[in-house]
Design a protein around this ligand. Structure first.
Ligand code: NAD
Length: 426
């Protein structure tokens, strides 16, 4: 809360001056201002150009998931996120998948959809036919906007037109089908959609409002699969437990939301590390999961003839290596180098494999010892840190809380006070 949030001309000020105003408005201490000011590996000037009203930076821990073998190639996977256990779970799942050769992945190509909404069309079905007739001209207009993309083999490849029945009457929607190459493509596709809009108005006799990419990237799918040997994952009971867990998610959206959230733990963490638009990834994932009208899991789990567990994933994965933060953020560039991916579809495939691994790890824990045991240690450490434990005290306080089965902030505070009093080091 602040007295007045109308910080006139805030956007025009240099970053330092914005911080001064903020310090006053939010009653920040010098230390708090210093923490916010730190942009980590991102130069302050770059940060200032990436978004608006920049006052500093915000850093996530960066972990490296190990053991990943994907289409016969090994990868070290950078993951940036705040949640404990995710990196360990991914590494562990990847280790178990290695027994049967790791992950197999494929993709449907980097194809995005740009939508142009036309309202007040006198004859919607006739307009639809006319737009299809003029497909060649419309695609040419779209491609004229991005000679670079076209020269690389990408560009607008097709046109789809549909007539929607909406709350405001019939609506014609023209969809540009664009191969965006190594770009995520939102800017490229939006530019094309805006450029063809006047032509669409002229052809349909209607009025264009929205001209924007769709994040339901169902033409940009990634598929991943893996076989988990039953002995390697804890036996037949674990296999059965995971298959039951999948059936639960398939039948119930309340469970399914958490099932898919587990997949996104991995996808989003790699996405953040590699400078991707994770809002687009989330929107794509959940809209794709709902495409049948019922919210469904993005993975399937079954038992094969040998009694081993087979998992597969299919989901949209709109990621890029050129454009956006993947290009401007130096940490994203370093992480892409760690991963070693050379194309956007390779990045998408790796992220699909990580999503599948993450889902496996969560289901395995849930179907056996429960999720909390694995989480406890890290959770206890976080509680200890938030209660003020430093250095060696962090593990001491965490250990005591786990032993006492009291992982609580108040207990952590007591233990920190107790240990500090004793001056105990070990
Ligand atoms: P961009 O426009 O910065 O880069 C894409 C351009 O790079 C292409 O148009 C092409 O001209 C050029 N290019 C050079 N080499 C290429 C190659 N090998 N393959 C493909 N293109 C190549 O970025 P973008 O990917 O079009 O847009 C991504 C950004 O758009 C993200 O930052 C995202 O957050 C933002 N955005 C997202 C949405 C959304 O709804 N998801 C909406 C608006 C903007």
């Amino acid at each position: 809360m602040t007295e007045n949030s109308e910080l006139q001309g805030f956007y025009k000020l240099p970053m330092e001056r914005r911080r001064e105003l903020l310090k006053k408005a939010a009653s920040l201490s010098d230390e708090e201002v210093m923490i916010i000011a730190n942009t980590g590996g991102l130069p302050a000037e770059t940060a200032d150009h990436m978004i608006e009203n920049v006052v500093g930076g915000y850093t996530y821990p960066l972990g490296i998931a190990t053991n990943f073998r994907i289409n016969g190639t090994d990868y070290l996977v950078p993951m940036a996120l705040e949640e404990p256990s995710v990196v360990a779970a991914a590494s562990n799942a990847a280790k178990m998948a290695r027994v049967k050769g790791g992950f197999e992945v494929s993709n449907t190509g980097p194809v995005m959809i740009g939508q142009i909404q036309v309202v007040n069309v006198p004859k919607p079905e006739a307009a639809r036919a006319k737009l299809i007739d003029r497909k060649g001209d419309l695609l040419k207009k779209a491609n004229d906007q991005d000679p670079m993309l076209v020269s690389l083999g990408g560009g607008a490849k097709d046109l789809n037109v549909k007539v929607l029945s909406t709350l405001k009457g019939p609506m014609v929607v023209a969809e540009l089908i664009v191969n965006t190459g190594d770009a995520m493509g939102a800017n490229a596709v939006n530019t094309m959609a805006e450029a063809v809009a006047p032509m669409v108005e002229e052809i349909t006799g209607g009025r264009v409002f929205l001209r924007i990419i769709s994040n339901l990237a169902d033409r940009r799918l990634v598929r991943a699969s893996a076989v988990f040997e039953k002995e390697a994952i804890g036996g037949e009971d674990v296999v059965d437990g995971i298959v039951y867990a999948y059936a639960f998610a398939d039948a119930d959206p309340y469970r399914c939301a958490t099932h898919n959230k587990g997949i996104m733990n991995g996808v989003v963490a790699v996405g953040i590390a590699c400078g991707q638009d994770i809002r687009a990834l989330e929107a794509g994932a959940h809209s794709y999961a709902s495409r049948s009208g019922k919210y469904k899991p993005l993975t399937t789990w079954e038992k094969n003839r040998d009694g081993d567990l087979v998992g597969s994933l299919e989901m949209p994965m709109a990621v890029g290596l050129v454009g956006g933060a993947a290009k401007t953020h130096p940490a994203a560039r370093a992480n892409i180098k760690i991963l070693g991916v050379k194309t956007a579809v390779e990045l998408a495939e790796v992220m699909g494999a990580v999503g599948l691994a993450q889902n496996f790890a969560a289901l395995r824990a849930l179907a056996s010892e429960g999720i909390q045991r694995g989480h406890m240690k890290l959770h206890a450490r976080n509680v200890a840190i938030s209660a003020g434990a430093k250095g060696e005290f962090i593990d001491l306080v965490a250990k005591r809380m786990i032993e006492e089965r009291k992982i609580r902030f108040d207990r952590a505070k007591e233990l920190v006070a107790e240990l500090s009093k004793q001056g105990k080091k070990r």
